[in-house]
Design a protein around this ligand. Structure first.
Ligand code: DGL
Length: 265
């Protein structure tokens, strides 16, 4: 590995930025390439075979052009499906993003946990297996949201989204007796990397307070462990952002904080 590792962070759109910002904070020594496959967004609306056929060869192209030391699939909809295919096809280490069901169920006091993800993620066998293996006796409610990822993209791109639109996607997560704090959902897994972009709104619109579980800090720790300690003095390296649609992004002031203040090429 070179002194400055290159970390490629991949999502269907802007949601993976919520993972990127944690990885950037954990690895200031790295060079970052963020890839948004916006030409194929939203992944949640595509079938399983379509996503595998899209992501596996696309990743091969980006490995060829950027030679990353590590790739983060910052997308639950893709990770729950393509990680095994990617690992079989390429020797680069991959870190995925999958629903944080185990920690959520471990910490829930009311034993009622909801998993808010795309329609694709909540349907996956991978997600069902996580529940079988790690629910630890909790009642787990799967909520497949058709529009929340698109609403988060719109909001970040400067097109305000109404409270009603967000609440319609969120409401099914809240299960049990609203009047009884011991008999209702107390933990919601954010099983789509777009949703932390809306965390302030989700918190404000929630019918009652819950803990929101975002796996991004754990992913950043895993990336750092795999790369090992920085081998050089930390001089902040650059960052690149690629949209597969080739659109020219005019979002730099909004995006810069996710890159830890780096100039984004
Ligand atoms: N950000 C993606 C995820 O974590 C999903 C958004 C989409 O539907 O493309 O699942």
């Amino acid at each position: 590995m070179t002194d400055t590792p290159t970390i490629l962070v991949f999502d269907s759109g802007l949601g993976g930025l919520t993972v990127l910002r944690e990885v950037v904070a954990a690895r200031p020594d790295a060079h970052f390439v963020y890839v948004a496959d916006d030409a194929f967004f939203p992944y949640g609306h595509h079938g399983e075979n379509e996503i595998i056929a899209r992501v596996v060869p696309l990743m091969g192209e980006f490995i060829g052009t950027h030679d990353p030391d590590l790739i983060v699939i910052a997308c639950n909809t893709a990770s729950t499906l393509v990680l095994s295919h990617l690992r079989a096809a390429y020797s680069v280490p991959f870190v995925g993003t999958v629903p944080a069901i185990k920690p959520a169920c471990a910490q829930s006091r009311t034993r009622r946990v909801s998993v808010l993800g795309t329609k694709g993620t909540v349907k996956r066998e991978y997600t069902k297996a996580l529940i079988r293996d790690f629910a630890q006796g909790c009642e787990v409610t799967l909520v497949g949201s058709p529009e929340l990822a698109s609403l988060a993209e719109a909001e970040l791109s400067g097109a305000p989204v109404s409270d009603e639109a967000i609440l319609a996607e969120l409401a099914p997560c809240f299960v049990g007796d609203a009047e009884d704090g011991g008999a209702r959902t107390d933990t919601v897994v954010l099983a789509c990397t777009h949703y932390p972009l809306l965390l302030d709104r989700l918190t404000r619109l929630a019918p009652w307070p819950v803990d929101w579980i975002d796996p991004a800090p754990a992913i950043a720790r895993r990336v750092s462990d795999l790369l090992g300690p920085p081998s050089c003095d930390i001089a902040q390296s650059g960052a690149e952002m690629i949209f597969t649609s080739n659109r020219v992004h005019g979002l730099s002031t909004v995006l810069t904080p996710f890159f830890g203040g780096r100039a984004v090429a």
